[in-house]
Write a protein that binds this ligand. Structure first.
Ligand code: SAH
Ligand code: SF4
Ligand code: F3S
Length: 443
């Protein structure tokens, strides 16, 4: 029996899939202490804020929400507040957490989340604020516990950290250098998820999955890892994110084409359509190189679903540069675009660059870009007509729906439901108001 047994907890997550998955591990750790999850942070005995600092907005949200919980702590003096993740890991962040958050009981970073149980037990004895930020991985980053939210798609870490140092980005400073997980660990985790837990999609996570294996004793590549994982028996598919265009090699395109178990979807962040801006971003590729990858991928896998990330208003971005980004969107015709206004991150080189763009202008540009993408996306639905996609069949509101690897829904009217959560070929027969419907062909 420990002092947390039977108490309630709530985990609040900000940021990327990496954090979403880390929160799943946090839930596992708390449940292993005998605690019960509830969805009300006001009422919960332990509240964990798993934070992000990729942009100022993410930081503000976490900070304001944790401030708002201050009062509920007065009502329940035994309430324990924990802050972890990327925000505490910053050296000179916007908020001086130590000064501003004396009522937060435990503040840890990204490297020691796996030891949360120990910190909680220590706090129960000492009742004194614990602030412990470590800057390097010590041993295994995994606690062995994990409670996944989603029953269809499971996140699996393959590589931690980032060595790229794009000039706008805080990630290398808060997540440290690249550390690949041994292939055998990944293989065993995926095998268990597929064969014992029935997962249909496995999403491999890393800030830059294409760097996988370079730092391992037995050097290997991401393409080799994928090939290996495709040997696992079962009806499942593998997705991955994120890929960096600089390391995106032909070997990977080959594996994506060849292996049925690799989802036909690719998220390939471009960030800008201007090679001049890409150089200032330290992205290590130009538009010519990026377009050559897109061309090869589309040629190898014609129906692939493509998505990207864009930053608008990077320091020095002229109207001409921005127009090049719009031109790129028209050329590539992504299925989905995630566009962000550049946010100054203290400690990164770009924060010191001259010619910072004002917020109003960034706002105008991002809206213009999103309007264009909306039109492109609507146009894109046409490309689905009469094409066949390998879909996961699900039941939504009593109707059968095939979900493509890119997440597009194809309604299957007149289908007698026997089963769900299995893969089958679906042919699109009709498009009405940009909604797709089709017929199913069992595999
Ligand atoms: N490792 C991934 C994801 C990094 S964070 C990659 O390299 O693509 C996700 C996205 O946030 C980035 O692709 C970028 O578009 C955006 N981003 C990162 N830093 C930013 C900043 N300072 N301001 C605005 N957007 C940023
Ligand atoms: Fe950030 Fe660049 Fe690393 Fe992605 S590759 S995490 S954008 S530094
Ligand atoms: Fe945010 Fe950290 Fe992810 S800064 S985007 S949670 S790596």
């Amino acid at each position: 029996m420990n002092s947390y047994e039977g108490k309630s907890f709530n985990v609040i997550t900000y940021g990327c899939q990496m954090n979403v998955h880390e929160s799943e591990k946090i839930r596992g750790i708390l449940a292993s202490l005998g605690m019960l999850e509830i969805d009300d942070a006001e009422k919960a005995d332990v509240v964990v804020f798993n934070t992000c600092c990729i942009r100022e907005g993410a930081e503000d949200r976490a900070y304001n929400n944790i401030m708002a919980l201050r009062n509920s702590k007065k009502l329940n003096p035994n309430k324990v507040l924990v802050m972890c993740g990327c925000m505490p890991q910053q050296k000179n962040g916007k908020y001086n957490l130590k000064e501003k958050l004396p009522f937060v009981d435990i503040i840890i970073g990204t490297y020691n989340i796996n030891q949360l149980a120990q910190y909680l037990l220590m706090f129960a004895v000492k009742h004194k604020q614990i602030i412990e930020i470590v800057n390097r991985a010590t041993g295994n980053m995994d606690s062995g516990y994990c409670i996944r939210d989603d029953k269809i798609n499971a996140y699996v870490n393959i590589i931690y950290g980032c060595n790229k140092f794009c000039t706008y980005c805080i990630v290398p400073y808060v997540r440290g250098r690249e550390i690949s997980r041994p292939m055998a660990d990944i293989y065993n985790e995926v095998k268990n998820l597929v064969q014992n837990e029935g997962y249909k999609y496995i999403t491999l996570l890393g800030q830059n999955v294409n760097s996988y294996g370079k730092d391992l004793k037995e050097q290997t590549t991401f393409a080799e890892l994928l090939t290996e994982l495709c040997q696992i028996e079962g009806d499942f598919k593998i997705k991955f994110m994120t890929s960096h265009p600089m390391d995106f090699g032909d070997d990977l395109i080959k594996v994506m084409k060849k292996e049925n178990k690799v989802a036909k979807a690719l998220h390939l962040p471009v960030q800008s359509g201007s090679s001049r801006i890409l150089a200032k971003m330290n992205r290590h590729y130009d538009i010519k190189h990026y377009m050559s990858i897109i061309k090869k991928v589309k040629h190898a896998i014609p129906n692939i679903s493509l998505s990207t990330d864009i930053i608008v208003g990077f320091p020095g971005e002229t109207e001409k540069d921005f127009n090049k980004t719009l031109k790129l969107l028209k050329k590539v015709k992504y299925d989905q675009v995630f566009a962000f206004m550049y946010s100054k991150r203290t400690g990164t080189p770009a924060a010191e660059f001259e010619e910072q763009i004002d917020e109003k202008e960034k706002n105008l540009r991002v809206n213009k870009l999103l309007r264009l993408q909306k039109i492109i996306q609507k146009e894109q639905t046409k490309k689905f007509f009469k094409k066949t996609f390998d879909c996961l069949i699900q039941q939504i509101n009593g109707v059968a729906v095939g979900i493509t690897d890119g997440g597009k829904e194809i309604y299957i009217p007149n289908y007698k439901f026997v089963n769900q959560n299995y893969f089958a070929k679906v042919k699109v027969e009709e498009i009405r108001n940009h909604k797709l419907s089709g017929v199913i062909n069992e595999r």
